[in-house]
Design a protein around this ligand. Sequence first.
Ligand SMILES: C[S@@+](CC[C@H](N)C(=O)[O-])C[C@H]1O[C@@H](n2cnc3c(N)ncnc32)[C@H](O)[C@@H]1O
Length: 291
Amino acid sequence: MVPFLTTAHGALFAADCIEFLATLRSEVVDTVFADPPFNLGKDYKNGFDDSVNREKYFEWCRQWIGECSRVMKPGGAFFLYATPELALRFGTMLSERLTFRHWIALSMKGTFPRGRKLYPAHYALLYFTRGEPKTFNRVRLPVPTCRHCGGEIKDYGGHRDKLNPAGLNLTDFWDDTSPNRHTKFKVRPGVNELKLMIPERAILVSTNPGDLVYDPFGGGGSTFQAAEQHHRNWLGTELYDCDHIKSRLADAFPASIQRTPSFDLEACFNEDHVTQILRGLAREGVSARIG
Ligand SMILES: C[S@@+](CC[C@H](N)C(=O)[O-])C[C@H]1O[C@@H](n2cnc3c(N)ncnc32)[C@H](O)[C@@H]1O
């Protein structure tokens, strides 16, 4: 288990998340952000089999959800992005160890109705914490304006003057998250790459600069970009195609690539994995900070 890539704030491992998690100490991560494969038979264009037996899939999910919960610090946060149907099952698994905070509904147009069903227009972002949240930052959004005339869209029932000048409170309904990242801007065609603002808001709400974020399913690297941008440290895994994440981060943060992470990376790992990781880093020409 050696990093595929390091930056000033993070380390990416080309690894299976469950194998990686087994090398981590308990209670080292401040926030987990997970956007797993949904087992809908999607072609990830990387060899990943997204259509396994349903119960096998849920058993696998129970494993990584359990492991992610173990590595969270007390008061740490877990954000899990899912379809409403999966979120019901995931919520039960999360509730076994963690405390429910929110079911955030994210507007997701551009889907289509299947069979005798309503048009699905939202995804769920589950937000759980390990006990009381240790960090909860109020995120404020700019007052929405009309993109044609520039005027404000709502009149706030005559109470416009009472609004906080810093902006509107973030609610549990995010209607500005749709559509998905346009194909032309995706680093990995075929993968449901999230809009940067989704992991970004989760990170801003639940962490402070210097905290540690872990994303088990790197995909196109949205979480890592958001973390790096806001000076949060991060760990990530992606079982396939880490090159895309590397080029994305190299474009966004050219000075940050292959730098020694500014946090105590080795302190995250179990004793018996530290030497192995240090050797890997040395091979890459990166010196780890010795705790
Ligand atoms: C939905 S995508 C994540 C997209 C990401 N949130 C983004 O915005 O770019 C899920 C990713 O999980 C990866 N994956 C699947 N199984 C994995 C495993 N066992 N360990 C690590 N990554 C895995 C897939 O290759 C895929 O890239």
